[in-house]
Design a protein around this ligand. Structure first.
Ligand code: COA
Length: 285
């Protein structure tokens, strides 16, 4: 049984520090320290811990921020770091942390939470877009410069910045009592989406195998590796190829007016496959 707690003491933040070291190994300078976590928690930020049998298995950290509109700056919550202990993954801890964040930040009267993640990480795409209902039309190149931690070392730190419009019916629907039904490859086939590029197989891993089509129509699909970290460990050149190719895919689609609105992780066939679904004309969500 997982319980979520709002954290604010130095002792609790020490546990958060330790969990970060486990999730992002080999880079002490990337650990958010106790004093900053405490300060954020005392000044409009939010630090959450997920506990199983009194042991912290997940952390989520965010702070109050601003975004800029033609009418001036508006408040938002900037969610910066979520990590779940490797032994506790895929059992709903990440979802439970984000759901608690949704509840707490709504109580602050805010309507938008943003965060960044690597768009090639299928698990994160499935959670952020497919299960939480966040959307994205912002692609950021090398946003964190060169990263040295064990998860990110060696690849350009390109990221999606997602928008989570927390007071919309869309997001309420995703986080409601019943779990949002996941889309499958059958849905893609039936909806006659435009496939932006073909993929081929090399040593069991997919690679981009054709030119990027010019985006047309209302629905696009873009396939990504189902396990990018495994691919990266096995074939680093292919991982770099995916970074460069997917950068072109998303920058082209976003500048043509498309928005990432759903994610498909289909495990029903011979190998798991992952796809982003992009929609035209929903940028005001
Ligand atoms: C991203 C992270 C926080 C998710 O935590 P989690 O507790 O595993 O998340 P959940 O269990 O709530 O959701 C994960 C979902 O992805 C699914 N999943 C697992 N492997 C997947 C894959 N290769 N592709 C797509 N989805 C996958 C799980 O089945 C689960 O979905 P389900 O609930 O429908 O079964 C965790 O994996 C983590 O700490 N990763 C390393 C750090 C990181 O990337 N942090 C985020 C950026 S700061």
């Amino acid at each position: 049984m997982i319980s979520i707690r709002i954290l604010d003491t130095p002792e609790e933040m020490k546990e958060v520090e330790d969990l970060q070291r486990l999730v992002w190994p080999d880079c002490e300078t990337d650990v958010i320290p106790v004093h900053l976590l405490v300060t954020a928690a005392h000044n409009g930020g939010l630090v959450l811990g997920a506990y199983q049998d009194d042991k912290m298995v997940g952390m989520l950290f965010g702070f109050a921020g601003l975004y800029y509109t033609p009418d001036g700056p508006r408040p938002k919550h900037c969610s910066h770091q979520m990590g779940v202990h490797p032994n506790a993954r895929n059992s709903g801890v990440g979802f439970a942390l984000k759901r608690a964040q949704w509840q707490m930040i709504r109580q602050q009267g805010l309507d938008r939470i943003t965060w960044t993640y690597d768009p090639l990480l299928s698990r994160n795409g499935h959670l952020n877009i497919g299960q939480l209902g966040a959307v994205c039309n912002t692609y950021m190149r090398e946003v964190y410069g060169e990263m040295r931690d064990g998860l990110n070392v060696g690849l350009a730190s390109d990221r999606f910045q997602v928008d989570w419009w927390i007071n919309t019916r869309r997001v309420e629907g995703y986080l409601g009592e019943r779990k949002h039904p996941a889309l499958t490859m059958v849905d893609i086939e039936e909806a006659a989406c435009q496939n932006l590029y073909p993929v081929g197989l090399r040593d069991g891993f997919i690679r981009p195998a054709g030119p990027l089509a010019s985006p047309q129509g209302n629905l696009l699909v873009a396939e990504i590796p189902a396990d990018f970290l495994k691919l990266k460990a096995a074939d680093f050149e292919l991982a770099k190829e995916w970074r460069v190719f997917s950068r072109e895919v998303f920058e082209t689609s976003f500048s043509a007016g498309y928005l990432v609105t759903d994610f498909i992780y289909d495990t029903s066939r011979d190998r798991p496959r992952s796809f982003y679904l992009l929609t035209y004309g929903e940028a005001t969500l």
